[in-house]
Structures are given as structure tokens and as C-alpha cells.
Design a protein around this ligand. Structure first.
Ligand SMILES: Cc1ncc(COP(=O)(O)O)c(C=O)c1O
Length: 453
């Protein structure tokens, strides 16, 4: 058996039981994994449905250009369908989205215009406004408008809802999904509530979005709106596809919780999912008291982790946003905080008097002793004092005669607590070779300096 083209492979996505990540929840929690769609996201379903409905109504004509404001996934679905059906695509998106998403769209021949995130939807620079302007200017063009085009939620009423019903054999009690355009959750909700009105529908929202407050108070509060990081969910307006009567509850999740949970899902369940999936699972865990034994909770996993490799799956990105704490300080960090200065050493053939003069003139209390440039020992203030007390004539003897075992060498990645434990009365410093092979000395003073810097 084969498919006639890639579009026929859309839908019938697998449902997978979650285990470790939801171990504190007595219910069965099932992931509906939408990444097996050809564009690796749930949006393939509605993209194709919007195109087919527009073809039927005559809004989209042969050879036409599809113009849409999209954060990437809808664009991918549209771009794939456009390849098969012979349309051109121009997408507008925001500079908040992963660059990988734009590159993926361009791979299918689409044109992508990146617009600023932090402007009002009505602003002529916003990605909504730019796509509307292009629709007026480009001949034979059509704008699907995924927010207000009800073919979007209809796709989920016709496909995703029935799939969930069948895969759970009608046992589903809750559905949880991030809400962006609202198409996914509203379409699923309409189908499932027709089957069983007791099924609870829960929307995941972000801090910085208007949905939750609007649902709970009926007020569209502009004060709720501020920039946020989570991609794909939450909005600063009310799309027609969000059916507030069908969504029973909205749960808000922070950017940090969403980002960290996205990584946890890969590590605990082996499922490589996108940012809004992390948000949904973090939301499920926040609401854990809502679920009881026997419940069957279906969580939508809308897209794939590869689109977020430069973001939640990148430690530097997380660290820059304060989402993970700085790791323990290491020797590398300590020497980076030291003033650039060549280490002072003394050759073992020099006299003790020369060592005393060096110590005095540089105001230091220890010197590594070298032989042909290699560190072979050390000489310290207290070694000198003890020797002088025993024998004042030691001044004219060689450094080698009173030098003791060298300071221990450590690795650049040795943690600060280990280094500090190595430094004591008998061993007042450690040595480390930097990335260029230069030897540096670390004393107690340097550790204090690095911690307090
Ligand atoms: C990654 C991701 N998750 C969730 C959503 C939300 O789905 P919907 O727009 O159907 O509400 C979107 C929508 O853009 C998305 O891209």
C-alpha cells in the first residue's frame, strides 16, 4: 500500500502513554504526538483544510500566491501543500521565532519576511499588518488567516477529535493543549463534547497573553499583554478560532517552566518535542490535583524539538535568560578574574638570598622553583624563615637546598570547592596550565577575588 502524495500522510498520529514525567499524577496521561505529520507539526492538518476549503469556495485559484502571518508551523503545512498543489507562498513572521523555522520554510521554496515582535497588531510593521498589505498588493493572492478562518478548527473537529475518541475508546476525560489560534483545542472540544459533554477541555496559556483573564472575567485586559518567550501559544487579541464556551479552564505557565519542561520530556520520555509541549506538560503538573485515578488525560504534542535546538535545547540560551543557574565556578573562572601577570618562578640554582629579594620586592609569599623551565618544587616565606633560624648561612646556598615539593597541579575544570579544599597551611597555592599552556598560580586570595567579583 502506498500514498499518492505526501499530503495523504497527514493525520492518524500516534498516541503514547507518558510514564516518568507524570509519575505524581494518578491518571493515565497520553501524548498525542503530532510530529509524525510531514511538516512535523499539528498545523499540517489545518493548513491543508484551509487550502481545500478556499479552493472549493473559489478564493484560492490555480497558480495563486498564499500569503500568511505564521510563526512557522502553519507556514510549513501551507508550504508543503503549496508544493504539491502548485501555489506560491509568502510568509510574514516575527523576530522572536527560531531561525531554524524560517530556514525550513525556505527549504520548500517559500519567501519569508521577518517582522518585529514588540509592536501592536495594528502597527503597519506587525506581521499581521504586513501580510494584509501584501494580500492587497500581490495579484491572485489569498490570505488563509489562520486566526479567524474557521476551516482551522474544523480540521480538528473532523480529524483530531475523532482520532482521540477512537484511540482512547471513548475513555478520554480531559484534553490539554496550548492555545494560539485556538483551532486545535476548539475543534477537538466541539467534537468530543458532542460525544460526551463531561469531557474537560483545558487550554494552556502564557503569561503575557489575554486568554485566561478573558475567560474568567469576560474582560479583554490590555494590561495582561507583554512580551514573552514561549512560542506558538498565547495571544494579544481574541482569534475567532478560540471558542471560550468550549474551553473549561485556562492554565498559565511561565516561560522558564515551559523551557525547562521541554528538555525534561526528551530526557524522561525520549520524546523530542517543541516548546509548547513543555508548556502543556508543565501546566498538567501544575494542575495535578485536578486529575484522579481512572481519568484519561490527553495532551497534544504539537511540534518537534529540532525547531528549538538553538533555544530550549541550548544551555547557553537558557543561561542567558537565567533559566539555569551558573554552574560551580572552576579554575578557568578564577584565572580569568586574575590580573594578567606572568607567574614569578625561580631557578633551583639561584641563591636563597635572591629568592628573599624577589619575595620582598614583589610582596609575594611563595615562588615555584624551576629547573630548565620545569616546575620541580616551591620555596615559601615560612620555609626560608625556618631555614634561616637554623642556619643564617643558608642565604648563600642554592634554592634547591631548601625547596620543598611543588604546588599540586590541577585541571582547568576543577571546581572551586575542590581547589579551596586543597589549599591549606602546608599547601598555600595550586598550579594550573591555561588553554595556551601558560602556568598560572591560584592562591586563597585569588579564590576570594573570583567569588566576590
Ligand atoms: C508549536 C505550537 N504549539 C501550539 C500551537 C497552538 O495551536 P493552535 O493555533 O491550534 O491554538 C501553535 C500554533 O501556532 C504552535 O505553533
Amino acid at each position: 500500500m502506498w500514498y499518492n502524495n505526501i499530503l495523504e500522510t497527514i493525520g492518524n498520529t500516534p498516541m503514547v502513554k507518558l510514564n516518568k514525567i507524570v509519575k505524581d499524577i494518578p491518571a493515565t496521561v497520553l501524548a498525542k504526538i503530532e510530529t509524525t505529520n510531514p511538516g512535523n507539526s499539528i498545523k499540517d492538518r489545518m493548513a491543508l483544510k484551509m487550502i481545500e476549503d478556499a479552493e472549493k469556495s473559489g478564493k484560492l485559484k490555480p497558480g495563486g500566491t498564499i500569503i500568511e502571518g505564521t510563526s512557522g508551523n502553519t507556514g510549513m503545512g501551507l508550504a508543503i501543500a503549496a508544493v504539491i498543489k502548485g501555489y506560491k507562498c509568502i510568509f510574514t513572521s516575527t523576530d522572536k521565532q527560531s531561525k531554524e523555522k524560517f530556514d525550513a520554510l525556505r527549504a520548500f521554496g517559500a519567501e519569508v519576511i521577518v517582522c518585529p515582535t514588540n509592536v501592536e497588531p495594528e502597527d503597519p510593521r506587525s506581521y499581521y499588518s504586513v501580510s494584509s498589505r501584501l494580500e492587497r498588493e500581490v495579484p491572485n493572492s489569498w490570505k488563509p488567516n489562520q486566526y479567524d478562518n474557521l476551516s482551522n478548527s474544523q480540521a480538528h473537529y473532523e480529524q483530531t477529535g475523532p482520532e482521540i475518541w477512537e484511540q482512547t475508546e471513548g475513555k478520554v476525560t480531559h484534553v490539554v493543549a496550548g492555545v494560539g489560534t485556538g483551532g486545535t483545542l476548539s475543534g477537538i472540544a466541539r467534537f468530543l463534547k458532542e460525544k460526551n459533554p463531561a469531557i474537560k477541555i483545558i487550554g494552556i496559556d502564557t503569561y503575557g497573553s489575554v486568554f485566561k483573564k478573558y475567560k474568567e472575567t469576560g474582560e479583554f485586559d490590555k494590561n495582561e499583554i507583554y512580551p514573552y518567550i514561549t512560542e506558538g501559544i498565547g495571544e494579544d487579541f481574541l482569534p475567532a478560532n478560540v471558542d471560550f464556551n468550549l474551553i473549561d479552564h485556562f492554565e498559565k505557565v511561565t516561560d522558564m517552566d515551559a523551557a525547562l519542561m521541554t528538555r525534561e520530556i526528551a530526557r524522561k520520555e525520549g520524546i523530542f518535542a517543541g516548546n509548547s509541549t513543555g508548556s502543556a506538560i508543565a501546566g498538567v503538573l501544575q494542575m495535578k490535583d485536578m486529575f484522579k485515578e481512572g481519568d484519561v488525560v490527553v495532551v497534544i504534542f504539537p511540534d518537534h524539538g529540532t525547531r528549538y535546538l538553538g533555544k530550549m535545547y541550548n544551555d547557553d540560551w537558557l543561561r542567558d535568560r537565567g533559566f539555569i543557574k551558573e554552574e560551580k565556578l572552576t579554575a578557568r573562572h578564577i584565572i580569568s578574574k586574575k590580573e594578567a601577570q606572568d607567574i614569578v618562578t625561580i631557578d633551583c640554582e639561584k641563591t636563597v638570598l635572591e629568592a628573599i629579594n624577589t619575595i620582598k620586592s614583589l610582596n609575594i609569599s611563595q615562588i615555584p622553583v624551576t629547573q630548565k623551565g620545569m616546575v620541580i618544587g616551591k620555596i615559601t616565606e615560612s620555609d626560608i624563615l625556618t631555614s634561616l633560624m637554623e642556619n643564617p648561612g643558608v642565604k648563600s646556598q642554592t634554592v634547591a637546598s631548601i625547596s620543598t615539593a611543588p604546588f599540586p597541579f590541577i585541571d582547568l575544570n576543577t571546581a572551586i570547592d575542590k581547589i579551596s579544599a586543597m589549599i591549606n597551611k602546608d599547601n598555600i597555592a595550586v598550579l594550573v596550565e591555561d588553554d595556551n599552556g601558560k602556568i598560572e598560580i591560584i592562591t586563597q586570595y585569588d579564590i576570594i577575588n573570583a567569588i566576590s567579583a
